[in-house]
Design a protein around this ligand. Structure first.
Ligand SMILES: [Cu+2]
Length: 149
């Protein structure tokens, strides 16, 4: 009987625990492990309702959404240089973002929200075309996208 009580109490505890939305951190870095101009982590998989906070760990960077890589046209952001920004993601899909001054150097990142990545193909095509224009890190966009496949 004692064991049944314990099981019941455990079940009640689990059911009473609310599902908390998580807040993830992305650092904006000038260099990390031999990589220049990089977000860390650059590829993030989160749940709908979670938020992401970009930290200005190194000076001179920002985070800005990429209009061609979003499932949620109502959600755009454009942080100031050195601004810590927190964005909450509710709609499932692939979100691309960049550091505006270092976009040409391939300073980009990807956030995948949920499992329904309906815009993955379109985002992949856009990334492949864009990275050809980068001066450095010319394969980074595609390699990040491939981590979601
Ligand atoms: Cu930057």
């Amino acid at each position: 009987m004692e064991i049944m009580k314990k099981i019941l109490l455990t079940i009640m505890f689990v059911m009473a625990t609310p599902v908390m939305a998580a807040d993830h951190t992305v650092e904006m870095l000038s260099s990390s492990n031999g990589e220049m101009m990089v977000f860390k982590p650059a590829v993030l998989k989160i749940a709908p309702g979670d938020s992401v906070t970009w930290k200005a760990t190194n000076p001179g960077h920002n985070t800005a959404s990429i209009a061609e890589m979003t499932p949620d046209t109502g959600l755009e952001w454009n942080g100031k240089i050195n601004e810590e920004l927190k964005i909450t993601f509710t709609k499932e899909g692939v979100y691309g973002y960049k550091c505006t001054p270092h976009y040409i150097l391939g300073m980009i990142g990807i956030i995948a929200v949920g499992d329904n990545l309906a815009n993955l193909g379109a985002s992949s095509d856009f990334a492949a075309a864009e990275e050809k224009k980068f001066a450095t890190n010319k394969e980074r966009f595609t390699s990040y996208i491939n981590q979601l496949k």
